[in-house]
Design a binder for this molecule. Structure first.
Ligand code: GDP
Ligand code: IMO
Ligand code: MG
Length: 428
């Protein structure tokens, strides 16, 4: 099993890369998160943003798995499948989709808890996507939640109603603005009926059997390393395990079965929501990069914060994931610049730090930059390494030497075919 993870704070271009390589895979399996993800893919000249569905849906032969580590809102799943059906019914995504019976449900009340925690001044504001992700995982850990496989049990409806009723009163106590209880419940139960028409199975058995038969499985990570619940910039993180290790727990596959670990990074950095961002830039310079890069959330449309590439954070992420191949995206957005900056290390109270650490005090981090010559060339015409100008090759080399992992794919634009495979020897 190969794994693909984001190495920054999300939106690195994971969806685009998976769509590009998944013709080489039999199975694409999401292992974490829920509809907080927004993975953009171009299909038939149209940009489509997948939230819950794995990014293998556009290849008619690829089987897509929503694994145990994912949290699923059936209303959102039904909507997304409906959208794909409207775009191209021949894709028949529902027939190529397996859902883990052990994946947890995002209940209709979870979204409102998310909103309460975000908006009530008594709680921390994280800047979440308000999809109810944290409340769903919280109820999972509390062992007070329902799973996809539960929908077949005769007592499902009564347990669901009791749970939602209790949470509804808790939300009312927060003076939360809510739809009527009956509407909330009926809408959800209608989507549960739809859910029952899909294949809810032991995905662990399926994925392990597929591997035994020599099939190729790609584990798709949502969010990214710096948003990991354990190793990210807590509390400004998501609520799941986003790193390569999370693929093993999220899918029930042994670490001994893991092959390549693809890590995706932009040539600069972006972040949506609150939290530390050592290389952030502001003002007109930031606005220009944001506009040029189209840096507005795929999921929530919020403007993304932008900054330079942060090598200490990238090294930290590569180390924890054991990345074997680096995918560099959006270098085309830095085109036409005389100079490009990279943060090589942090200076903190007189000491040098080569790696990001969550123990570093944000306001004490003084990022140190290397200024490199910029580039200006037509990324659309790049089909081989030889087409790249020396200043850009120097940029790639510098990153590889710093992080000690080869850049094996260079994404040159948002579309499926806008990517070139680089020879591993570039490192030497
Ligand atoms: P994901 O969450 O990691 O899948 O990334 P998103 O889809 O949220 O955000 C990445 C954005 O950049 C999307 O709008 C993609 O279409 C776009 N994109 C991906 N790779 C490239 C690239 O190499 N160049 C450019 N210009 N856009 C890209
Ligand atoms: P993809 O898969 C970027 C961020 C939110 C917020 C924090 C917690 O497209 O890269 P949550 O709703 O998960 O409780 O929000 O995490 N966040 C993302 N940022 N890309 C994502 O997914 C994200 N998913 C969550 O903005 O800061
Ligand atoms: Mg995204």
């Amino acid at each position: 099993m190969d794994i693909l993870v984001g190495l920054q704070w999300g939106d690195e271009g994971k969806g685009k890369f998976i769509d590009h390589i998944c013709s080489q895979y039999d199975v694409v399996a999401r292992f974490n998160g829920g509809a907080n993800a927004g993975h953009s893919i171009y299909y038939q000249q149209q940009k489509i943003t997948l939230k819950l569905l794995p990014s293998g849906v556009f290849y008619p032969k690829t089987l897509n798995v929503i694994g145990t580590g994912v949290v699923v809102n059936p209303i959102q799943l039904q909507e997304e499948l409906g959208l794909l059906m409207a775009i191209d019914p021949t894709l028949e995504v529902s027939k190529r989709l397996l859902l883990s019976a052990k994946a947890h449900l995002v209940l209709p009340t979870h979204k409102y808890f998310d909103i309460v925690f975000e908006e009530n001044p008594a709680y921390r504001t994280i800047g979440t996507t308000k999809n109810g992700i944290a409340p769903a995982y919280a109820n999972k850990i509390l062992r007070q939640n329902l799973r996809l496989g539960d929908v077949y049990r005769p007592q499902f409806e009564s347990e669901f109603r009791a749970m939602v009723e209790r949470q509804y009163s808790e939300l009312e106590a927060f003076s939360c603005v809510l739809p009527p209880y009956a509407v909330l419940v009926d809408e959800f139960l209608a989507a549960v009926e739809f859910l029952k028409t899909l294949s809810i199975v032991d995905t662990e058995l399926y994925v392990n059997q597929a591997l035994k038969e020599g099939k190729k499985v790609l584990a798709e990570g949502a969010q990214a390393t710096m948003l990991d619940i354990d190793h990210g910039t807590y509390p400004y993180v998501t609520s799941s395990s986003t790193i390569a290790g999370g693929a093993c727990t999220g899918l029930g596959v042994s670490p001994t079965k893991v092959g390549e670990i693809f890590g995706v990074t932009k040539a600069y950095t972006t972040r949506v929501g609150e939290g530390v961002f050592p290389t952030e830039i502001f003002g007109a310079e930031a606005e220009e990069l944001r506009q040029k890069g189209g840096e507005f959330g795929s999921n929530t449309k919020r403007p993304r914060r932008v900054g330079w590439l942060d090598l200490p954070a990238l090294k930290y992420a590569i180390m924890m994931n054991g990345v074997t191949q680096l995918i560099l995206t959006k270098a085309d957005i830095l085109n036409e610049r005389a100079e490009v900056l990279l943060c090589t290390h942090y200076e903190v109270d007189g000491a040098i730090h080569a790696y990001f650490s969550t123990n570093l005090k944000e306001e004490h981090i003084n990022p140190q930059f290397k200024v490199m010559e910029g580039w200006d060339f037509d990324f659309q015409n790049v089909i081989a390494k030889e087409d790249l100008p020396p200043s850009f090759i120097a940029f790639l080399h510098f990153i590889e030497q710093e992080v000690e992992v080869p850049v094996t794919f260079l994404s040159t634009g948002p579309k499926r075919e806008e990517i070139i495979e680089l020879p591993v020897s570039i490192l030497n």
